[in-house]
Design a protein around this ligand. Structure first.
Ligand SMILES: Nc1ncnc2c1ncn2[C@@H]1O[C@H](COP(=O)(O)OP(=O)(O)OP(=O)(O)O)[C@@H](O)[C@H]1O
Ligand SMILES: Nc1ccn([C@@H]2O[C@H](COP(=O)(O)O)[C@@H](O)[C@H]2O)c(=O)n1
Length: 269
């Protein structure tokens, strides 16, 4: 939706929209900066700029997307958190996770909330904070049982789109496995974030304690293998830019994502 002066604080006005694409990009940067620095998010009615990020386990989707969202003044949505939270909810409901009908039956009682502020990320189910619990090996090992069920995917894809539509920031970085292809195929910036299996395993091993590097690597490879039967997140779909972070450090990877978003904004402008 085109912004108008009524979207701004009393007395503030929007500058004239410049005629060139570079001018439009600069205009948007200026606009985003205004909203990033203001408390106006609650009063805007812009369609958010969607940045879609997919990739395999350990590629840096969550950490890089969150940092990029912070740098851009955008919201951040971790969709894997919803699959994890739903797996926890279904297990806590006492159903057998290998029984799809029983699992689908628990969707009706799944009360999910996610914090999309990159500086205040939380996940709640039924009002209970499960931000840390959904990262436990028990949940990680069980999540593929629910994420492979088409009815669960359809329900969560709808939920992700609602979160995107309800953001009050100028944009939202949404990451997962099927964001570039299913959740937001029309997003102006679509990125497949990859890294070699060795790099991903080494990064994941560095953060996991209490388990051998071999076991961590085995679990990561197993999860990718299970997940890739359901969605293809190893090859970039048409129009999706591959960003290989194998030889980039964390900050370089975040900068590369931000640059891709700026390029996409200027092309659209
Ligand atoms: N370019 C990079 N260089 C070094 N470390 C990185 C880089 N990108 C990410 N990391 C680190 O790799 C680890 C895994 O990243 P992250 O958890 O964001 O991956 P992910 O793709 O979300 O994984 P999963 O799908 O399993 O949740 C983190 O410790 C993160 O800080
Ligand atoms: N778009 C997505 C996101 C996630 N999944 C499934 O959830 C699991 C956990 O995701 P993380 O990003 O937190 O690792 C993942 O292994 C997938 O099974 C998905 O299917 N689609």
């Amino acid at each position: 939706m085109t912004p108008t002066d009524s979207d701004l604080p009393d007395g503030a006005t929007l500058p004239d929209v410049p005629a060139t694409s570079e001018g439009v990009a600069a205009f948007k940067d200026d606009l985003y900066a205004r909203f990033r620095d203001s408390s106006l998010y609650g009063e805007t009615s812009f369609a958010p700029v969607v940045v879609a990020v997919d990739g395999p386990a350990g590629s840096g989707k969550s950490s890089v997307s969150r940092a990029a969202a912070r740098a851009l003044g955008f919201a951040y949505q971790d969709t894997g958190a919803a699959y994890r939270a739903f797996a926890l909810h279904a297990a806590d409901s006492g159903v057998d996770l290998t029984d799809p009908v029983a699992v689908i039956g628990t969707l009706g009682t799944f009360e999910y909330e996610i914090g999309t502020d990159p500086d205040d990320h939380y996940v709640r189910v039924g009002g209970r904070d499960v931000t840390d619990e959904i990262r436990t090996p028990r949940v990680t090992a069980s999540v593929a049982n629910v994420s492979k069920i088409p009815e669960v995917r359809a329900y969560l894809v709808d939920l992700f789109r609602q979160v995107i539509a309800s953001t009050r920031r100028p944009g939202i970085v949404t990451e997962g496995r099927d964001i570039t292809t299913v959740v937001a195929p029309e997003a102006p910036a679509r990125i497949l974030l990859t890294a070699s299996e060795e790099a991903r395993m080494a990064r994941r091993s560095a953060e996991v304690t209490g388990q051998s590097a071999e076991e961590t690597a085995r679990q990561l490879a197993h999860r990718d293998q299970q997940d890739s039967k359901v969605v293809d997140f190893m090859t970039a779909a048409d129009g999706v830019t591959t960003l290989d972070s194998t030889d980039l450090d964390f900050d370089q990877t975040v900068s590369a994502v931000v640059e891709l978003v700026r390029q996409a904004a200027s092309q659209k402008g």
